[in-house]
Write a protein of this length. Structure first.
Length: 364
């Protein structure tokens, strides 16, 4: 995960272009298929996140969940139109530390730590569709297509903040800038995977040990936090889901808008107002509306969250291949081509994800 994100960060910093711009310049026949893959995965993700936020909100309000997707969609679109993603992040990032509750709960549940260590380091592989589907989902929720485009574009946006408005001004990056970027990526990815580990462990130690092996509702998922929060488990769960959703949905819609706008050579930036980048915001709005519509197809929130992760896991490998090819091209990065070890990890990620996706389809 860190290797792929480092490659994307290097592409944005050194080339001065977003990922879709690079694909248009160096692999023109691949730019639109890549954007279509991204859009499909992102719409599924937006729908899943809106559904998860709505189901969680329903827990603490008692109001039926299908009323909430339009409310959250409208709120996010309005914030993006009249505020900025940075303001949204500033407001809602303080809700995401609630996820640390899973770390505390994991210890309160008193799991068999030798078993935990053994199962962590020596996984038991199974040739079954259920196992392989979860395997694809776990990787797909971490190594996701939207993160590739977002990482590269945000490096470009950072340069724009510094007054570097043209590609020529943004080209190049110092060793110090690249080193800082890599430290940032590694620490961020490590923290996210640490939290993910404890969510899995908490669920296993609280629900699975009591015979709950299938989760179909937000209420069941929230029960994992009961050893820490008691009756407040639903509130903690809701804060975590809504906080992460409010951070991730704008990123999902934004990465789609960036990719399509870059591919079509339209003006694109979340810092622009709608009147100066109308087509960019039209794509962003369309992504949100399509994600909203997905919620009314009759899927449960947990189902949507799970299968959107599977979709990411299936669609990511071809995009990883394109990203690694770009990172090894001196015409793109000059002397700053990615380190062979980093590229090797990128190829490994693509191979494992593609193999898992094929195996999952074979075992259907």
């Amino acid at each position: 995960m860190a290797a792929v994100q480092m490659i994307c960060a290097d592409l944005g910093m050194v080339s001065g272009r977003g990922l879709a711009q690079l694909l248009r310049k160096f692999y023109p026949r691949w730019v639109w298929p890549a954007c279509v893959l991204l859009a499909v995965a992102n719409v599924a993700n937006i729908g899943a996140d809106l559904g998860g936020m709505s189901a969680a909100t329903s827990l603490v309000t008692g109001i039926k969940p299908y009323y909430f997707p339009p409310i959250y969609t409208t709120a996010i679109v309005c914030l993006l139109l009249w505020s900025s993603y940075r303001h949204i992040a500033t407001i809602f990032k303080w809700m995401t530390p609630v996820l640390l509750a899973y770390v505390v709960t994991a210890f309160l549940a008193k799991p068999d730590w030798p078993s935990v260590l053994r199962a962590t380091l020596l996984p038991q592989l199974q040739w079954s569709n259920a196992y392989l589907s979860v395997f694809v989902a776990v990787i797909g929720t971490s190594i996701s297509p939207y993160l590739f485009f977002w990482q590269a574009t945000q490096e470009v946006e950072e340069d724009r903040d510094k007054g570097r408005t043209t590609v020529e001004q943004r080209k190049g990056a110092t060793r110090k800038e690249l080193r800082f970027s890599r430290q940032d990526v590694i620490s961020g990815m490590s923290f996210s995977q640490g939290i993910m580990f404890f969510i899995i462990l908490t669920t296993a130690a609280t629900l699975h040990t009591h015979g709950v092996t299938q989760i179909s509702s937000a209420q069941q998922a929230a029960e994992a936090l009961r050893p820490l929060a008691g009756n407040g488990a639903y509130v903690l769960f809701t804060l975590g889901i809504v906080g992460t959703g409010m951070l991730s949905v704008p990123v999902l819609a934004g990465s789609t808008a960036y990719a399509i706008s870059e591919a079509a050579a339209w003006r694109n930036s979340l810092k622009d107002r709608p009147r100066t980048a109308p087509r960019f915001y039209m794509v962003l709005g369309a992504s949100m509306v399509l994600g909203l519509v997905v919620n009314y197809f009759g899927f449960g929130a947990v189902q949507m969250l799970f299968w959107s992760a599977v979709i990411n896991g299936v669609l990511a490998p071809p995009l990883i291949i394109l990203v690694v090819l770009l990172s090894s091209n001196p015409r793109v990065l000059g002397k700053r081509v990615s380190h062979p070890a980093v590229r090797a990890l990128g190829w490994l990620a693509a191979a494992v994800m593609a193999g898992a996706a094929v195996a999952m389809l074979i075992t259907l």
